[in-house]
Design a protein around this ligand. Structure first.
Ligand SMILES: C[C@H](NC(=O)[C@@H](N)CCCCN)C(=O)O
Length: 294
């Protein structure tokens, strides 16, 4: 006997999810409603499509890069320098400080957002939808603001000062969330703005302190340390939440951002003492570029 169309789709979806359930702990499939199954499948499809799009973009980029190399007759990336993993031991003190700022800053952003939904429902009595909305505002703000902040940082230079502004604003946002009952939208918007500004000012600094042939190694290392920090802190944050509650967790995040702030101040001092280029204005950078070209 034939199934009704909705029942047929349900059966097909269940078959697909039965296959996935062998690989993933999706929970009790029997309790999943038709709506939940379709929604989950849509997420899988959207995820798959974005991965394929990324792959296509990467292939096009590789083709364009090779074409530029051929047309301009230049051997891109071939500077004659040998790249070794042991380059890490030659990383300078400013670069290590940039790594510390990165880890201590992001561990107070990504894991906080990960646990944010419950925070807003428990502390501020938000509904599930409202908590999801406020939790995503950081990325919503980052989408339009990052290019604007990027232009601002390029036009002014002074990267350490911008990083300092971003870290101080993030600290203020966490303090507001921890110790006040002010409307949390204010703190989350501040977090969104400062998170966007930090990315534009911090990550490019690596290129100012590392020779071109070691850039991949340095960024790879930064990403690796960041993720190691995120992995460890996410576990610790979950444990703090389970055993001590939200206020303690927020105090922990405040301590992480404070460490990041301390590292920014140290970076400012070290850069100044070494007459480094991290806090040059855009005009100073332009003058140096012109003098090198002569
Ligand atoms: C630019 C910076 N990127 C990262 O920190 C990435 N390693 C991880 C991105 C994860 C985004 N949810 C940033 O996002 O500010």
């Amino acid at each position: 006997m034939g199934h009704a169309p909705e029942e047929e789709s349900r059966v097909s979806l269940r078959r697909i999810f039965c296959c996935y359930s062998k690989l993933l702990p999706l929970g009790n499939l029997q309790s999943l409603s038709f709506k939940n199954l379709s929604l989950s499948l849509s997420f899988f499809i959207v995820g798959g499509i974005t991965c394929i799009l990324s792959l296509i973009c990467a292939l096009v980029l590789a083709y364009l890069d090779q074409r530029a190399e051929r047309i301009l007759h230049k051997a891109q990336g071939k500077t004659g320098e040998v790249i070794k993993v042991t380059d890490v031991k030659d990383f300078s003190l400013p670069l290590w400080l940039i790594f510390i700022i990165c880890v201590c800053y992001y561990v107070a952003v990504f894991p906080f957002i990960g646990l944010g939904k419950v925070f807003f429902t428990e502390k501020f009595g938000f509904s599930s939808q409202a908590a999801s909305a406020i939790n995503s505002i950081v990325y919503v703000i980052s989408a339009p603001m990052s290019p604007i902040f990027g232009i601002l940082v390029d036009k002014t230079g002074k990267n350490i000062i911008w990083v300092l502004c971003a870290v101080v604003t993030t600290l203020a946002a966490h303090i507001m969330l921890a110790f006040t009952l002010w409307n949390p939208w204010i703190a989350m918007c501040l977090l969104g703005l400062s998170y966007s500004l930090l990315a534009c000012a911090l990550w490019p600094m690596v290129a100012f302190v590392v020779p071109e042939h070691q850039l991949g190694t340095a960024y790879g290392f930064m990403q690796s340390i960041q993720n190691l920090g995120l992995a460890i802190i996410s576990i610790i944050a979950g444990m703090i939440l389970d055993t001590r509650g939200y206020l303690f967790l927020e105090v922990f995040f405040i301590a992480c951002v404070s460490l990041s702030l301390l590292s920014v101040v140290l970076l400012y001092v070290v850069n100044r003492a070494r007459r480094g280029n991290l806090n040059y204005s855009a005009r100073q950078r332009e003058e140096i570029k012109l003098s090198h070209a002569e």
